[in-house]
Ligand binder design. Structure first.
Ligand code: ATP
Ligand code: MG
Length: 406
């Protein structure tokens, strides 16, 4: 097994300059540091054009697993530091090539020289290393335009760094660079995916979850929390804000015509989310709605529901098909938990025939029959906030409890 000494990280979408660039790099460094906190020997050097992570003996495989979940990393290359002499460069190049090469692959050597006093120039190094590899390995084929393997030799002031792999990060922007927002998280498939996509754009989220005891079980609440734990892998700790919703649902069910139960429930949810957002310094609200997926997600419904606020309501999965959302959910690790059958508050109070084209003026008119302010206030009074860490478990079978406190 190759013993890597350093990882070279290339930044994601970094079009902006000046202060924004600094913020990007600073956040990314902080986020990388957080996921590697349990490896105190690791040193992170954020630079203007890329970041160096010095492993100091930390296992690359484990560090690699963590880096794959940090937004803002475009690509990265594990490398080996060697002394500045050509024999050391050749030997390590051979070691790396042997570890990476598979029959049929093409390669090229690509040298960059930061230290122009080094005794050989880039062409000479390319040739010498190439010759050495041909002499010591079978089946090699050089290819200048689209090689399968680029063996990078970087001559810096302190040493030479060699790498043979270009690994892909998840891209996006470091969490925190885009400010804070509220995420409306249910226990379903869509909102966890929407959460992931919001974080991918650098948004730091706090979860708002409506629950309705005694109509919904402890398990439904635990499931939403556990989903948050999975998502916290991508951002570090996420605050989970549980809002009691039963009184509102009972009242609506008792007093309003069935066709508008759902529209008015959603208006209350959005109102509450917006008040919580303001209190917590958020700028926007995200949810997991997908156009036309169900009655509450038609454009007409969105008009009738969105009416309660002028705050931006962002819907990252708005245009995705269910199959696309499911594929994403599987990829990010939330799918299996999302399909566990614990009914949440919407399933239980869902009217059999909700209006797919509710009228805005009707929604307002019916709602005005209720003590909106009192209902909102009592829900706010019952809020509970839980900070949730990566992979924290909440469902009953805590057998594989694995508190990875990031
Ligand atoms: P999901 O898979 O995210 O549950 P869904 O297709 O089941 O979505 P709905 O149940 O109609 O759709 O909910 C639409 C969106 O409303 C959700 O994606 C979520 O953002 C928000 N939402 C629904 N129920 C809740 C809840 N109990 N708490 C917080 N937000 C909710
Ligand atoms: Mg749902």
């Amino acid at each position: 097994m190759v013993q890597y000494t350093e990882i070279l990280v290339r930044y994601g979408e970094l079009s902006t300059k000046g202060k924004n660039r600094k913020d990007f790099i600073g956040r990314l460094a902080g986020n990388v540091e957080r996921v590697l906190r349990d490896f105190p020997q690791v040193k992170i050097h954020p630079r203007h054009d890329r970041m160096h992570i010095v492993l100091n003996g930390a296992p690359f495989e484990e560090v690699d697993k963590r880096l794959k979940k940090v937004f803002g990393i475009q690509t990265y290359s594990p490398s080996i530091k060697v002394e500045k002499n050509i024999e050391a460069i050749e030997e390590t190049s051979l070691e790396l090539m042997k570890a990476t090469f598979k029959p049929g692959m093409t390669f090229k050597v690509n040298t960059r020289r930061g230290d122009h006093k080094f005794e050989y120039d880039t062409n000479q190094i390319n040739n010498m290393v190439g010759d050495y590899l041909f002499k010591n390995m079978d089946g090699l084929k050089a290819e200048m335009k689209h090689p399968d393997i680029v063996l990078r030799v970087e001559v810096r002031q302190d040493a030479v760094y060699i790498s043979s792999e270009l690994l892909h990060g998840i891209g996006g922007m470091p969490v925190g660079t885009a400010g804070k927002a509220i995420m409306m998280l249910s226990g379903g498939i869509d909102s966890p995916v929407a959460s992931y996509l919001a974080m991918k754009r650098g948004v730091e989220i706090e979860m708002v979850h409506f629950f309705s005891p005694p109509y919904t079980t402890e398990k439904a609440l635990a499931k939403a929390k556990e989903l948050t734990g999975i998502l916290a892998n991508y951002s570090g700790k996420i605050n989970f804000i549980a809002v009691p919703f039963a009184e509102i649902q009972e009242t609506i069910k008792e007093k309003l015509p069935e066709g508008y139960l759902m529209t008015v429930q959603r208006r209350f949810m959005l109102r509450l989310a917006d008040i919580i957002r303001e209190k917590r310094g958020g700028l926007a609200i995200f949810n997991g709605e997908s156009v036309g997926q169900v009655a509450s997600q038609t454009l007409e419904s969105m008009v009738a529901i969105n009416d309660v606020t002028t705050t931006p309501v962002l819907r990252p999965v708005a245009t995705m098909d269910k199959t696309e959302i499911i594929a994403r959910a599987e990829e990010i690790g939330t799918f299996d938990l999302s399909i566990q059958p614990f009914e949440d508050c919407c399933t239980i109070f869902a009217p059999p025939r909700p209006k797919t084209k509710p009228k805005l003026d009707k929604a307002r008119e019916y709602e005005a029959r209720l003590d909106v302010d009192g209902l909102i206030q009592r829900a706010l009074d019952g809020i509970e906030i839980t900070p949730i860490h990566a992979n924290q478990k909440f469902l009953a079978d805590k057998a594989e409890e694995d508190l990875n406190l990031l």
